[in-house]
Design a protein around this ligand. Structure first.
Ligand SMILES: Cc1cc2nc3c(=O)[nH]c(=O)nc-3n(C[C@H](O)[C@H](O)[C@H](O)COP(=O)(O)OP(=O)(O)OC[C@H]3O[C@@H](n4cnc5c(N)ncnc54)[C@H](O)[C@@H]3O)c2cc1C
Length: 280
């Protein structure tokens, strides 16, 4: 545990409090990653800044063009949101694969991105949905495509103390699927995961975006196969060819969970199955 935990009541109070805090500080949201890492002695901080009740990070709101999901929203809350079910089919498909119901009651989407794991299920789904991430630092705001937030395993483009405040998912009618291969069918970190969002028109793919988890240093947007899918019929032949193409786009490693070549192969299998599921 850190020496100090502070809990500002608002963003305004957060920006006022930060300068007086120890330099080795981290944000604490649901704590499912940060507390686990602290208990394991992997990461230590002098200070945690508890952002779990910041009202500015809460809620799911619809604007004319986007669904805005607060970074502090719990994964289980998203599961229950009618707006999320309407506009984020990939995320909805990913949620049952996310840890366990009790973990989903604690874990936030902001923490999933802040932890910057290549196997983050929520992030991978949102990258396929074409999401943007809203950031804020001492009142200054910026917005990035979510796929550009990650620079390496556990590394992001976040500036020091910069806070993820929300995710913006463009409102467009699309179908989505999320398939994850893990050591068990339930409650495990993935060996590989595939997220697909596709706008469909009369049996063809109008546009598609494919994202992959656990097969690259970051949650990966597969730009090549996404572009290739546009304009193709949504057929078994297209799914097989897309599967062959996606294998060339990933750079998996061998680690305790799986071997590189198996992961590459499974990306193809999962993408083929995901595309066929959209055709049904
Ligand atoms: C047993 C177990 C199973 C798990 N299974 C899965 C799984 O199946 N899929 C999956 O994707 N993940 C899984 N996880 C990982 C974890 O639950 C998720 O990454 C979760 O979304 C983290 O959210 P949190 O709110 O708990 O983050 P925290 O632990 O509070 O924070 C994580 C990191 O993000 C930073 N952070 C948090 N919020 C913000 C913010 N708003 N702005 C900037 N930085 C921020 C923190 O400083 C910290 O570095 C699992 C974890 C455990 C312990």
């Amino acid at each position: 545990m850190p020496d100090i935990i502070v809990k500002p009541a608002s963003l305004k109070e957060l920006w006022k409090t930060l300068p007086g805090l120890p330099a080795a500080r981290r944000y604490l949201a649901g704590g499912t990653d940060i507390v686990t890492a602290d208990n394991a002695g992997v990461e230590r901080s002098e200070c945690w800044v508890d952002i779990s009740d910041l009202p500015e990070l809460a809620g799911v709101e619809e604007t004319a063009a986007a669904l805005v999901i607060g970074a502090g929203e719990k994964i289980s809350g998203l599961e229950r949101s009618a707006a999320v079910r309407r506009w984020c089919p990939v995320l909805v498909s990913a949620i049952p694969h996310f840890a366990s119901p009790s973990l989903r009651n604690m874990a936030t989407l902001g923490g999933n991105a802040g932890n910057a794991s290549p196997c983050a299920d929520g992030v991978c789904a949102l990258v396929a949905e074409g999401a943007f991430v809203r950031l804020e630092l001492k009142g200054k705001r910026r917005r990035l495509p979510l796929k550009d937030l990650f620079t390496g395993p556990k590394r992001t483009a976040l500036r020091r103390d910069e806070l993820i405040t929300a995710f913006e998912v463009p409102k467009r009618r699309h179908a989505g699927a999320y398939l994850k291969l893990g050591p068990r069918s339930y409650f495990g970190i993935s060996k590989a995961a595939v997220a697909v969002a596709a706008e469909l028109e009369r049996g063809a793919v109008k546009s598609a975006s494919v994202a992959l988890g656990s097969v690259a240093p970051v949650p990966l947007y597969a730009a090549g196969v996404s572009a290739w899918l546009a304009g193709r019929p949504l057929s078994a032949g297209t799914a097989v060819e897309a599967a062959a193409r996606v294998k060339a786009e990933v750079s998996p490693i061998t680690d305790a969970r799986s071997e590189a070549e198996y992961r590459r192969e499974m990306c193809g299998v999962l993408l083929e199955r995901a595309l066929l599921s959209l055709a049904r």
